[in-house]
Write a protein that binds this ligand. Structure first.
Ligand code: AMP
Ligand code: MG
Length: 520
């Protein structure tokens, strides 16, 4: 029997939610066993309160849109009630390893995250894990305190929702719960717990962990689990594990193409921050480009610029190598034993080459869409590259430039002024605009249709650092209205929202003083 969404009652109380999570306690990742995680309750958080909530994320996993008003919501989503949970259904922290800034870091793991469990939507059988971040120390905390601060939790909440509504696959954010409990970072801040939602939080680093620690059976069990749950068609391939690698490589390439096209810098593309589902995950010192600098480094802790905007595709490729290394022992079972090692390396290398083969056209297609070109013609790449060079030379605002590009007219320069103003070398811009118009002459659409299509791919509103900062400052004073307003604006990034024009404007001067780092 199948249900339609309307026939299933959304979960509106935390007691029912807890029951639903407990009922799935042996589900999916949890059934992999104790080599993969440790069950434990969250650390107590005094006097928790709701800071932010996404009704949209809630309903997407079968929760009621108003569950944030249910009694006990804040206590539940800071993890306080987990101390009374049955032992076998306790939340768990998973173990993984990873390469951080290009260097093998050994065992890491969920040092401040706990998965509460899984929810299965009755109408479509899709499962989602609910995970707390900032819920206290775990066996994998190393020197950390297990906490997250309000500032970074709000940033992750806003960016997860912003990315989702930009159409970029991501973990989602359900709620941020705050407390006045002090947390020491560069200065004293306060604690918060973010609940994030995803079909799986498995990272490249999970595979690296079992490979590097020589746990061959666990490595295979993990790969089988990921195939069975998320890539079932790979099972039918001649080499299922190679097919899995291929899928992940392609998804990763696709994701980074989306990041580049929207001017998103992740900031910490360590292998433990790479999702096996190709989701954007672990928002820390991320940033959307304001003025365009291809070498922009959004993370203040990244002194070498390893994770600069321009480097992201290369780094994603490098990270896929680490995943391939971890999977290599599983690959090539169908080869003759004597030749297996050599042949499986060749197979994996070929799949890795697929990154480039997938990334370049994926980005080219997006740049063509950004330029409003309905079909591909020779020379389109150069036209896009020349625009980016001009933007780089003038430090033109990335988001505004592409949004204003839609104003240009096919037949004359009457719509150029606003965009032209963004460039220091106006003559160079005029030369580019002349060539662009010559190219538009070959485009089948009229100005109106092209403009509409461009405005569906070039967002008007992105989560600029200064916008997040304003919401954070207000939230620190216990005024959460700006957070709510900003989140609402970011849910419609492509629409004109005349009442919120200022959210689309150039950053104010004080934004230059903002710096984000790994401290979170
Ligand atoms: P990240 O840079 O946020 O991806 O974190 C890298 C590793 O450090 C992960 O294993 C995290 O769980 C861990 N970690 C980060 N911050 C803390 C913290 N405050 N307490 C415990 N572990 C942390
Ligand atoms: Mg991480």
């Amino acid at each position: 029997m199948s249900f339609s969404p309307s026939t299933v009652e959304p979960i509106g109380s935390v007691a029912v939610l807890a029951e639903a999570l407990w009922a799935q306690r042996e589900a999916s990742f949890a059934q992999l066993g104790e080599a993969f995680y440790t069950r434990l309750p969250a650390a107590p958080l005094p006097a928790p309160y709701v800071v932010g909530f996404s009704a949209d994320a809630a309903t997407s996993i079968g929760l009621a849109a108003d569950i944030a008003f249910a009694p006990g919501f804040a206590e539940f989503f800071c993890g306080n009630t987990t101390r009374e949970w049955p032992a076998r259904a306790l939340p768990y922290a998973s173990v993984y390893s990873g390469h951080q800034f290009g260097i093998w870091a050994g065992q890491l793991g969920d040092g401040r995250a706990l998965t509460l469990g899984e929810l299965e939507l009755e109408h479509d059988g899709v499962r989602h894990e609910l995970q707390l971040k900032g819920s206290g120390r775990t066996p994998y905390s190393r020197m950390g305190d297990g906490r997250a601060v309000l500032r970074s939790s709000i940033r992750e909440f806003l960016c997860s929702e912003a990315m989702h509504h930009l159409g970029i696959p991501t973990t989602r954010a359900l709620t941020v719960i705050g407390s006045d409990q002090p947390v020491r970072r560069e200065e004293i801040e306060t604690a918060a717990v973010l609940t994030r939602v995803a079909p799986s939080f498995v990272r490249f680093g999970h595979f690296e962990h079992f490979y590097a620690s020589g746990q061959a059976d666990a490595l295979r069990a993990l790969a089988d689990h990921v195939i069975e749950r998320f890539y079932p068609h790979c099972r039918a391939a001649r080499d299922p594990y190679l097919a899995l690698l291929d899928e992940v490589v392609q998804r990763t390439a696709e994701r980074v193409a989306q990041w580049q096209a929207v001017g998103f810098c992740h900031g910490v593309m360590n292998t433990d921050n790479m999702s096996i589902l190709g989701l954007t995950i672990d928002y820390g010192p991320f940033g959307f480009l304001d003025s365009f600098d291809a070498d922009h480094i959004c993370n203040h802790s990244d002194t070498q610029g390893r994770y600069a905007y321009r480097m992201q595709p290369q780094i994603a490729y490098w990270n896929c190598f680490c995943l391939a290394q971890a999977l290599l022992s599983l690959i090539g079972a169908h080869h003759d034993e004597a030749a297996r090692s050599e042949r499986s390396i060749a197979d994996a290398q070929q799949v890795l080459e697929g990154f480039k083969a997938h990334f370049a056209p994926a980005l080219e297609r997006r740049m063509r869409d950004k330029l409003g070109l309905a079909e591909a013609l020779p020379g389109d790449d150069q036209l896009a590259d020349r625009l980016l060079e001009l933007m780089h030379a003038s430090r033109a605002d990335f988001t505004l430039t592409f949004r204003r590009l839609a104003q240009l007219c096919k037949h004359d320069a009457s719509g150029d002024a606003l965009l032209r103003d963004m460039f220091v070398d106006r003559e160079a811009f005029d030369r580019w605009a002349t060539d662009y118009r010559a190219r538009l002459a070959h485009d089948p659409r009229d100005d109106g249709a092209r403009r509409e299509a461009m405005n569906r791919v070039n967002p008007k509103y992105v989560l600029r650092n200064h916008l997040a900062e304003t919401a954070i400052q207000r939230a620190k004073e216990k005024d959460f209205s700006e957070l709510e307003r900003l989140a609402a604006v970011l849910r419609h990034p492509f629409d004109e929202q005349p009442a919120f024009e200022s959210y689309a404007a150039l950053p104010p001067d004080w934004a230059d003083t903002l710096s984000v780092s790994c401290s979170s």
